[in-house]
Design a protein around this ligand. Sequence first.
Ligand SMILES: *Cc1c(COP(=O)(O)O)cnc(C)c1O
Length: 335
Amino acid sequence: MTVTPAEQALLEHYVKKILAAPVYELAVRTPLQAAPALSETLGNRILLKREDLQPTFSFKIRGAYNKLVQLTPEQRARGVITASAGNHAQGVALAARELGISASIVMPTTTPQLKVLGVRNRGAEALLHGESFPFALAYALELARRSGREFVSPFDDPEVIAGQGTVAMEILRQHQGRLDAIFVPVGGGGLIAGIAAYVKYLRPEIRIIGVESQHSACLQAALVAGERVSLPGVGTFADGVAVAQIGAHGFEVCRFCVDEVLTVSDDQLCAAIKDIYDDTRSITEPSGALAVAGIKQYVARTGVHGQVLVAIDSGANINFESLRHVAERAAVEAL
Ligand SMILES: *Cc1c(COP(=O)(O)O)cnc(C)c1O
């Protein structure tokens, strides 16, 4: 990877922010856990970064807290508004309660009920609007303009990106030996931008591989076009990543830091949820299993073996009733 001085300065800017992010006032350092059965099947050493074990069951608490804690007293007093597919919403709700900030959160009407309850139970106002994230986002931006509340993007904000980047800081501390690639689920690109900035600054030889749902592959579309594009529609099975346009701040990093982007099908996600269950006895949501689905596809395509591959297991917020569907599709995918 050759980077220009301006690009190197951008990475350094993020690394400093990541090192200074006070996320551990609310987030926890999650385990980087071996997946023995997957490793055996795939002939590579697979490690899972267990972000499903955060207090809100996804990494989003990192970015949300890092953003809210840095608001001025005036901004805090006016309150915040955000749009979210559900996990950022819970992160903002928890961070806002912790900091005594009033929060209104717009979520699509298709949001799993447990994510809506996760917001209301933490004392924030949940407004359901639009059938997918892009519609909820437009409405939240309008409300922010009208109310004077600070809009907190789920991914398109340098403080949010820096908060998510603390995942990479932990991975490099937890695993100091050979590490070939980190597979990162991509929605609006906040998580992968934070991870890529940190890793490419310190260990540029480690490959950063984005994994998208084939129904919301907005990073891949942007990399192909050479600019951010807006997808005409998004599928919501992997609701945590159902975003139509990659964030501007994230794309600034991704365009030179992401080595490759893979797309996977819903059935591949269901199979990956089962793989994660078999190794950890824990359930992930569809978006949370993207990285494992990506590793399986990557190993099958490239034939690599003996490598050390990390998957970000990014969230566990799935309605219990959906598990029947997931189990059925996983069985079909295994045929
Ligand atoms: C938000 C989210 C992602 C994607 O993160 P972005 O920063 O939007 O790219 C992946 N997995 C889960 C579970 C999420 O909630």
